[in-house]
Each structure stands twice: as C-alpha cells, then as structure tokens.
Write a protein that binds this ligand. Structure first.
Ligand code: WTA
Length: 649
C-alpha cells in the first residue's frame, strides 16, 4: 500500500463534473479560513422557513462541548425533500424500489411521495404523536421505510431506526433508552429468498420490562405473512392511512431541534444514541451527496445500505431527496437469485451512481466474472465505497469489472457520529489512489495526533481527530451529554476523536488504517467487543469471555471469542453451536462469533485486567510478536492458548 498507483482525473471528466481540482482547492481554503461565509452561503442549498442569521457556534472546550449550526433558522426536512421539488419534478420518480426477486418493483413519483407522506403523517398525528416524540422504526427495505421517516420529520417527531437484523433484546434496549412512544414495523421483510419476522421480533421486544412507553404499533403488511395481532395495540398501516387527508401542514423546526437518534456501538457499555439535529445535518447531507457523487439532473442513484444504518439515513433518503434525485431502495441481497443480481439491477434501472461496501465487493469478487455475466453496466458514471477500508485488490476489481475502467471510485470515510462524509475524493477533482480515502470535504479539518495528543505533521501515521466542527456533526448522545464528552472529546483536549487510526502520505492523502479502540468492523457493521462479551457471559454456562477481531476474507473482520466455561462445564460440539446461537439471538446475526476458543483461563495482569493485546496476537497467529508479557499474572496461560489456537487453525 505504498500509494504508487494513481488514477488521475481525465480532462474530460473534470470538464463534465461539478467541481475541478482548482475549485476544490480554493473552496476548501475558504471553508477553513472563513467557515461563517462558506457555510452561510452553502446553507442556501435548503429552503428555510425562517432564514438563519447565525451560522456557526461551536466549542470543543473540555467540559463545555457545545455544537450549534444555523441556530436561529427554521425549516422542515420533508418540505426540503419533497414539497420544494413538486413544481418542477412532481412526475419524476423519487423512490425506485426493487424487491428481493426481480419480479417485484415499484416507482413512486415526488407527487405520490408527497401524498403518502402527508397521509402517514396525519395517521401519526391521530395516534397522538407530536413534535419531539420518539418513534421507533423497525422496517424492511421498502418505500414505506422512507415514507415513515419523512412523515416523522413533517410533524417534528424524532425517529429512531433499529436495523431489521437486530434481535428483540436489541430492539427493546433502544426503545427503553429512547422512550419510544410508537413503533412502526412490517409483518415480515424479505432477504435472499427468506423472510424476516419483523413483527414477531417487535412482539417479543415489547414483552420486556420497561417497554411500556410504547402505546401503539403500526404494521405495514409487506408479505401478507401470518402474524400475531393485539387489538388494543396493533394498527394496520393501510387502514390508519387510507382515509387521511392528503395534505399535512409541515411543522417549522428550529435548526437545532432533534431530527433523529441512531444507536451505534462503542468500545464500552451499551449502544449509544447518537443524536442529529435538523438544519446542519440536512445541509451537510445535501452538500456531500451533491459533490461527492457529482449528482446531476437525470442521474439514477443506488445506495445498497440498509435504512437501519447511518448510510441509509444520509445517502439513501435525506441527501438524495434533498437534491431532488431518484433514489433506489433494494430489499434483496447482491447475489440473489443470481450471482450477477447487483449488476442486473444496475442495468434494469439504468443506475448511474452506485454506492456500496467493500464487503459486498469482496463477496462478488470471489465469484469472478459470474458477478457481471450478461450485464453491461454501461450507464454507471461514479462508484462509491463506504463502511471500512477498501483493500486495493477489491478497489481494483470494483474499478475494472463493475465500472469497466470508466468510473472514478469515491472511497468515502465517515461515521454515524459525523452525519455525512468527511474524507473522500470528488469525482472531477481528485486523482485516485486505490485504498485511500484521499482528502477532506469542505469545512473538515482532520489531523493526526500521537497518544499524548500532539499534532503530527507531514507524512506519518497517528490517531485521526477533527480540529473543528462541521454542520453534520452529532450534537450529543441522547440523554447523556456527559458520556458524549467523555467518549469523543476527553481522549484529546479540544479535538473530536474518531476512534480510527490513519496514515497521511506525502501528497496529504489519508489512508484509514481502522479502529484503534475495541470496536470491530464486521462486514462494514460496527460491533463493540464489550457488547458481544456481555452477550456471551449472559449464557448460563459461560464464566468469562474476551472478543477480538481477526482478518476475514469477505467480512473484513471476523469475530474471535475466547470463552471460559463455569467450573463443571465442558466443551462439546453441541455447546459450541449453542453458544454461537445464543449471541445471535441476543444481538443479531451480524454479531455471531466466527470462532469460539474454549479457554481455561485468560491472560491477565496482576490487577486482573485482561490483556487484549496478547489475545489479538494469539488469535491472528502472530504469537511470535506478543510484546511485553512481564506483567502477566500467570504466563503459562499464554502458552496454552497459543497451542490451542494452532489446533483451531
Ligand atoms: C469505518 C459508517 C475506512 C471506520 C459510515 C469508522 C471506514 C467506522 C470507511 C464508522 C472508509 C467507514 N474507509 N474505514 N471509507 N468508512 N469506515 O458509524 O472505522 O457504521 O470509524 O459509519 O467505519 O462506522 P459507522
């Protein structure tokens, strides 16, 4: 990864694109030197009910972190994503839907979306939902997911989306923490020929203590599958919606009113409710969507992320719709029913901008030319990647095969917390290096620091931090501002700490090296090791557990769990399967350990702290690089683990 191969922007591409390199450089300079002027201007990408007079007001000061953008402005998100496009684009398709199998699809125009959102917003109002109430969504990838999100924004309700792959316990935890008043779900979802029991999972979640904040559940009948029905609680989406008026007055929201909560994993404790607010978030999502994908009229845009992740919020729904784009929602998976499904969908809908994840690319790459067989993909113009570092081999395959060596790849680095893309190439401006996320977006000031927080200059590796705020930045952790400051601003004073490491090369390009904390990235999904460990130890036969990440060819990282059983319990193939299944049930399929290592003991310091550094090295077979082991309470534990690991491998 020396950064040798470079893919320069061709003069034709620069000419056809929204921004050239010179424009990027001069706008970037302005955005850093005079953020007030830059963002004051760019905030006009939205329609404001009451224009803002203040632009930026942010402080990273220890103990007093406070972030506000456009703070006296008022706007409504659904108006920006729908109403303002109606005069010119009412009959243009807003949402393209492609189902799990190719015979299922739908087109929803901006006019139709307007009506559906207004009617559903009125249905929410009828259920007593008002500005500031939290609504939990547990939805399949159907247009109704977007309709529900936008309907919340129309009336000022705060949505909290839970990924459809999470377990009843995970749903319950999020409902309780956010005090959700209503849940919106579907009978079932579809994925790769299987059904997902969404309603069943919600029913189970609502049996948990503390979930009685939920007053009703609106159920979209997606598959028509059999589900339990509780008359005093459950409502049929179609029934509560159909007779509603087709107009709904949008609520004027302050720029700093909450827009949504989205839970994400950290290195410690339970998932954190990242809170994004209305004005800055939407300005940033709209701006980044436009320039990172070089969005132009007529583009058909497809982001393969699920609405349950931040990518689904910012770049499936809000960014594209704020720009009046056509955005495709796909309920299925890239390799079903055929290996070339992803490419087939591109051809079927004439997709021009494609945004997907390295794990999907690697899964396709493993199938070779079968993944593109019989397809032309000739409409594609820009390719995007997100979720984890893209290895140069996968980059090359994406570029050569999916994009036919014609399309620039934007490797976009960002986080749930950042709201939108922070480090990325711009198609007509940035020469590409496979594996590098390249340069900061406008207004973004990355820096690399050593472990003491000293800023490092030049070509070097370090901890990735941000020196100042950008409009899309999270404002707090829902209900816990102290944890917010502690998690992101206490490692290094006056800086936002990303939790990632990065290298900067001689051209000033950033190469993300991955998490430097105890967070795993499995198929682009963030998983805290602490969460998986607590699921493991909740199994009645498990005494102790430690989880580390190991390289995995398709998933990027796999989950390797050291498990110590209670005295009197012994390993068996049945218990192996049972413990894996247990974690799956506790959190969801994405958290299922790939490898269980039955360990009689774990390496600990004399004060009883598990030495993860050593466990990581043992798991990856690098036991010759254990480093300093002099603080171990019992060194013989390590030798035993090394031997066992060799047997596992
Ligand atoms: C990782 C997803 C390298 C990173 C938008 C970050 C990446 C975490 C990239 C956030 C990329 C995301 N290159 N690493 N292009 N994109 N990451 O919150 O470790 O689900 O901290 O947001 O994913 O994951 P999250």
């Amino acid at each position: 990864m020396s950064g040798q191969s470079i893919y320069p922007v061709s003069p034709e591409l620069a000419q056809k694109s929204l921004l050239t390199n010179d424009q990027y450089l001069s706008d970037y300079k302005l955005s850093i030197e005079d953020p007030e002027k830059f963002w004051g201007d760019k905030g006009k990408i939205l329609d404001w009910i009451k224009p803002y007079s203040k632009v930026k007001n942010s402080s990273y000061a220890p103990g007093n972190v406070d972030i506000k953008w456009f703070e006296d402005g008022e706007l409504n998100v659904s108006v920006n994503c729908i109403d303002r496009h109606l005069a010119t684009k009412g009959d243009q398709v807003a949402l393209l839907w492609e189902g799990d199998t190719p015979d299922q699809d739908a087109k929803i125009t901006y006019n139709q979306l307007y009506t559906q959102v207004c009617q559903f917003a009125n249905a929410l109002k009828e259920q007593g939902i008002k500005k500031g109430d939290v609504v939990c969504l547990y939805m399949p990838m159907t247009p109704e997911a977007a309709v529900a999100m936008l309907a919340c924004t129309r009336i000022g309700a705060v949505h909290s989306i839970v990924f459809g792959g999470f377990s009843p316990d995970a749903i319950a935890g999020r409902i309780i923490d956010s005090k959700s008043k209503l849940v919106i779900t579907a009978d079932e979802g579809r994925r790769g020929g299987r059904t997902v029991p969404l309603k069943g999972n919600v029913d189970e979640a609502l049996l948990r203590d503390g979930t009685d904040c939920v007053e009703s559940v609106i159920v979209f009948k997606n598959t028509g599958g059999d589900v339990a029905w509780f008359e005093d609680r459950d409502l049929d989406w179609a029934e509560v919606t159909q007779s509603q008026p087709t107009e709904c007055e949008p609520v004027a929201m302050n720029a700093e009113d909450p827009l949504f909560i989205l839970y994400t994993s950290g290195s410690t404790g339970t998932p954190k409710g990242v809170l994004h607010t209305t004005g800055g978030y939407l300005v940033y999502a709209a701006m980044t969507f436009k320039y990172v994908f070089d969005y132009q009229e007529g583009d058909i845009y497809w982001c393969t992320a699920d609405v349950g992740w931040i990518t689904g919020h910012s770049y499936l729904v809000y960014g594209p719709l704020a720009n009046g784009a056509t955005t495709l929602l796909f309920e299925g998976v890239p390799t079903y029913p055929t290996t070339s499904r992803m490419s087939e969908v591109v051809d079927k809908h004439n997709v021009t901008l494609l945004y997907t994840a390295p794990t999907a690319i690697r899964a396709l790459m493993a199938k070779g030319n079968e993944a593109i067989a019989g397809t032309s993909r000739s409409t594609l113009r820009v390719l995007g990647s997100v979720g984890e570092p893209i290895n140069p081999e996968a980059w090359q395959w994406y570029y050569d095969k999916i994009g036919d060596k014609r399309c620039p790849i934007v490797d976009t680095w960002w986080q749930t917390e950042t709201g939108g893309i922070l480090i990325t190439p711009l198609p007509g401006a940035t020469d590409l290096k496979p594996g590098s996320a390249t340069r900061p977006f406008f207004g973004v000031q990355p820096a690399l620091v050593d472990n003491e927080g000293n800023i490092l200059e030049g070509a070097i590796e370090g901890n990735l931090v941000m020196l100042d705020s950008w409009p899309g930045q999270m404002r707090t952790l829902y209900g816990n501002h102290e944890r917010f400051e502690q998690t992101y601003f206490s490692t290094f004073d006056n800086m936002y700490f990303t939790g990632d490491g990065a290298r900067r090369d001689e051209d000033g390009y950033y190469w993300i090296t991955g998490r430097v904390d105890d967070v795993l990235n499995v198929s682009g999904h963030r998983m805290g090791t602490a969460e998986i460990e607590s699921a493991l130890v909740s199994h009645p036969k498990v005494a102790e557990a430690a989880v580390v990440g190991v390289p995995h060819e398709i998933k990027g990282q796999g989950i390797y769990a050291y498990v110590t059983l209670n005295a009197g319990e012994y390993p068996s193939p049945e218990l192996y399967a049972e413990v894996k299944q247990w974690v799956r049930k506790e959190i969801g399929a994405i958290a299922t350990p790939d490898i269980l290592h039955w360990a009689e003991g774990l390496p600990k310091t004399r004060s009883g702290k598990i030495m993860r550094r050593i466990l990581r090295k043992i798991a990856t077979g690098e036991s010759d690089q254990l480093g300093d082991t002099s603080t171990l309470a019992d060194p013989s534990v390590v030798d035993k683990l090394i031997k066992e690991n060799q047997e596992i491998a």
